[in-house]
Write a protein that binds this ligand. Structure first.
Ligand code: PLP
Length: 410
């Protein structure tokens, strides 16, 4: 008899985006002529950059000849990609990250979810709230989250609220914490921490032996100079932080799949008896045992994002989305709505008007304006009273949506 991991039975049944999809398809059945604009799901819409496409074609051709065919590659990633990452994302910023501290993978969703494999089940985990749901659900699956309570919180997780009341700047936990997830620029709020604000967290982590899991999936959207591009820009972070980076939102790889995780050799975990263990060694062991590497052709595609033409093409797409974000942000602000994010991020976090709930505002936008957003409460209890809009649509649809949003009566 196969026993199951009963933690899975504690997970809430409905998944946010399937609830949204159901509501939208019901609406479409009853309003077949409505032109529904989706500013909800965080997937990109622009195609891959030409430099990426030609690298893919070339790599595919290489696979057709015995002399250039590639089978299994190094699990941690081919040297050509790892060295390009080190040069461009770290050395170019004066950061000392070594090639054997980079682990190329099929996505930051997998990596932020799988990192728990090398961490003990007794750790106390803190998350900012609202939050990217993968951090919560994967800890619940492992048994670190405890029980789901009526208020939508898990009994063993520490919630660090980020709302307009604290300018979306999380306060250090006063309770004992072993691991904290930080995501900046943030999904879903689109807000950032400056170097000084992030330093507070790094100093606290060093003092309290806390591990920071830093998700930089939206790094490419940073426009302001005081926002760090990597947590390793903060002195001492290489002792306490693991960083996750992804090509998904940077270069449209959401369907192509490539990301990487940085585990500096100086980041330590501890045995119950207090002995230090290098997390780099553990992650290497996990990665090489459970993962067989990102396809050669995809790694060549990722490498192409760093060529001179690749960089320019990828940046042009990010700028396109950032322009959409500006249009949404300014359009809503002109309506008197309170909006956050959208400057260093493709996400705009809107305070619901007239005290509406997140789902109430969602229903209003869908039914009256035919616009799909994402209810903030779906990202955690502190997301109640907010709604997330994304800048990943077309310019035309974004302008059309903002025009419709002018009809909101506050
Ligand atoms: N981390 C955050 C904060 C995200 O919002 C997302 C995707 O939406 C991911 C990670 C997933 O990235 P990937 O496509 O590399 O799995």
């Amino acid at each position: 008899m196969a026993l199951i991991n009963e933690n899975y039975t504690k997970l809430p049944g409905g998944y946010l985006f399937s609830d949204i999809a159901r509501k939208v398809s019901e609406f479409k059945v009853s309003h077949p002529d409505a032109n529904v604009i989706r500013l909800g799901i965080g997937d990109v819409t622009k195609p891959l950059a030409p430099a990426v496409i030609s690298a893919l074609h070339k790599a595919v051709d290489e696979m057709s000849e015995a002399s250039s065919f590639r089978g299994y590659g190094p699990e941690q990633g081919y040297d050509f990609l790892v060295n390009t990452i080190v040069e461009n994302d770290y050395k170019a910023r004066g950061l000392n990250i070594a090639a054997d501290e980079i682990f190329v993978s099929d996505g930051s969703k997998s990596d932020t979810g799988n990192i728990g494999d090398i961490l003990g089940l007794d750790n106390i985990v803190a998350i900012t709230d609202p939050v990217y749901p993968v951090y919560v659900d994967t800890n619940a699956m492992a048994g670190r989250a405890g029980e789901l309570l009526a208020d939508g919180k898990w009994s063993k997780l520490i919630y660090v609220p980020c709302t307009s009341e604290n300018d979306f700047i999380p306060s250090l936990s006063k309770e004992k914490v072993d691991i904290v997830y930080l995501c900046y620029p943030n999904n879903p709020t689109g807000t950032t921490l400056t170097k000084d604000q992030l330093k507070v967290w790094v100093d606290w982590a060093i003092e309290n032996k806390v591990l920071i899991l830093f998700d930089g999936a939206y790094e490419a959207y940073i426009t302001e100079s005081d926002v760090p591009h990597s947590i390793y820009e903060i002195d001492g972070a290489e002792q306490v932080a693991i960083e996750f980076r992804s090509f998904s939102k940077t270069a449209g790889f959401t369907g192509t799949r490539c990301a990487y995780t940085v585990v500096p050799k100086s980041v330590m975990g501890y045995t119950k008896s207090g002995e230090k263990v290098s997390l780099n060694k553990l992650w290497n062991r996990r990665h090489t045992t459970k993962f067989n590497g990102v396809p050669y052709i995809i790694q060549r595609a990722a490498e192409a994002c760093y060529s001179e033409e690749g960089k320019a093409q990828v940046k042009a797409v990010v700028d396109y989305y950032l322009n959409n974000a500006k249009i949404i942000r300014e359009g809503l602000a002109a309506q008197g709505l309170k909006v956050y994010g959208g400057v260093n991020s493709p996400y705009i976090w809107v305070k619901t008007p007239n005290g509406m709930t997140s789902w109430g505002f969602f229903d209003y936008l869908l039914n009256d304006l035919n616009i799909v957003g994402t209810p903030g409460v779906g990202f955690g209890p502190s997301g109640e009273g907010y709604l997330r809009l994304t800048a990943f649509g077309t310019l035309e649809n974004t302008k059309e949506a903002v025009g419709r949003l002018k009809k909101i009566i506050i």
